[in-house]
Design a binder for this molecule. Structure first.
Ligand SMILES: Cc1cc2nc3c(=O)[nH]c(=O)nc-3n(C[C@H](O)[C@H](O)[C@H](O)COP(=O)(O)OP(=O)(O)OC[C@H]3O[C@@H](n4cnc5c(N)ncnc54)[C@H](O)[C@@H]3O)c2cc1C
Length: 357
């Protein structure tokens, strides 16, 4: 007699939920992905910069090995099918305020085993003729990727559907309960959806859903700004991260900039910061005429005080699985695979248990 596949309900079609849906669906689970918004990647994933790297974290960070595993997983076709990466670009260049700082930064990552090179001003100017003031020294990280996170979330969701998953958009989940030892989701209309496992991948909304169970997982949000500028010609194919600017150019030439954001309560702050960043871009890069700000959006990154993500069954519950944290675009494909192996085959992820208070 064949066993019935486990029914798995996933809340949230962001980067985490989409990758989970794909890996669980190809593992033959009966998957339903529920998303409040109209499309995959409409939460913070749609406001992410899309830099797949290890270099942004110091090697001594407690999450460094996990990040490296997430980064390497992008080159494993069993984790990310290569066709999902069409349009992604490779390589990033990073420098700090002084050549000494850049050298220390590059060497610390080389010692950690990363394939990074130090370039002098001449080599850099040749590689990136768009730079108006090439620094004395820069670090080249050739294997980094730059991609559109919402597009990747869509690719995972579409592949999950092809593997048999059901995706429901416009479905706001308002509650999580446990009934007779099984997890149950409650829709806005009061419908109860029973599952063998519920995966909460609702980004910054995950904390609220856990509170419905009387549990605090300690997730908070950290805002950051994503700016998009119309541009008519190619400027650079790499990610450029310098003291005043973090930028990449998409295949349609759109310039994408990530920036920190401290809210002062004024509605027009994102756009004002976007215009100020354009002046910095003009200082640093040879830009064509007519570059204009298209959008300035604040995204709320789900984070924890220990700066580590959460993946696994929530302690003190049965069948409630969490996938939340930062940096989600880098980690989501790996987390999708680890979660599917744990939920469907009982293979431990090797990650710490999730504390719930
Ligand atoms: C400016 C900026 C730059 C960034 N750059 C990078 C980067 O370069 N690399 C990187 O790895 N990360 C980056 N990040 C972080 C990255 O965006 C997040 O870590 C990642 O997108 C989190 O994905 P998620 O699936 O947890 O959240 P989300 O994308 O927010 O997905 C959660 C989904 O759940 C849905 N949802 C929530 N509550 C409910 C509910 N009750 N019922 C139904 N649906 C619900 C939401 O609508 C949403 O679609 C950046 C973030 C910002 C803002």
């Amino acid at each position: 007699m064949t066993q019935k596949p486990p029914r798995i309900l996933i809340v949230g079609a962001g980067m985490f939920g989409s990758a989970m849906a794909y890996h669980l669906a190809i593992g033959d689970a009966d998957v339903v992905l529920l998303e409040a918004g109209p499309a995959p990647g409409c939460g913070v994933t749609g406001r992410a910069f899309g830099w797949i790297n290890v270099i942004n974290r110091p090697p001594q960070h407690p999450g460094y090995a996990l990040l490296k595993a997430g980064f390497d997983a992008y080159r494993d076709p069993l984790v990310v099918p290569p066709q999902m990466l069409e349009g992604a670009r490779s390589g990033s260049l990073i420098w700090h305020a002084t050549a000494g700082e850049t050298e220390d930064f590059g060497l610390s990552h080389q010692r950690a085993g990363e394939a990074v090179e130090l370039l002098d001003r001449q080599a850099l100017a040749k590689l990136e003729p768009c730079l108006r003031n090439p620094p004395e020294l820069a670090v080249l990280s050739r294997n980094d990727l730059a991609l559109d996170p919402a597009r990747l979330a869509r690719a995972f969701t579409d592949a999950a559907v092809r593997a048999g998953a059901t995706v429901v958009f416009g479905q706001d989940v308002v509650g999580v309960e446990q009934v007779d030892g099984r997890p149950v989701l409650r829709s806005e209309k009061g419908e109860a959806m029973v599952a063998d496992v519920v995966v909460l991948a609702a980004g910054s909304g995950t904390g609220k859903l856990m509170q419905a169970l009387g549990m605090d997982i300690g997730v908070r949000t950290a805002p950051a700004l994503l700016l998009r500028y119309a541009c008519s010609t190619p400027v650079t194919s790499r990610i450029l991260r310098m003291p005043r600017l973090e930028l990449r150019q998409a295949a349609d030439h759109t310039l994408v900039v990530a920036a920190s954001f401290v809210d002062d309560g004024s509605d027009d702050l994102p756009r004002r910061l976007g215009e100020a960043r354009l002046a910095v871009m003009r200082d640093e890069l040879d830009l064509p005429e007519g570059v204009t700000l298209l959008s300035a959006e604040v995204g709320q990154r789900p984070t924890f005080d220990d700066d580590l993500p959460r993946l696994g069954f929530a302690s003190q519950t049965r069948g409630i699985y969490l996938a939340v944290g930062h940096p989600g675009v880098i980690l989501a494909p790996l987390f999708g695979k680890l979660a599917a192996d744990e939920i469907l085959q009982g293979k431990p992820t090797g990650l710490a248990a999730i504390p719930t208070a």
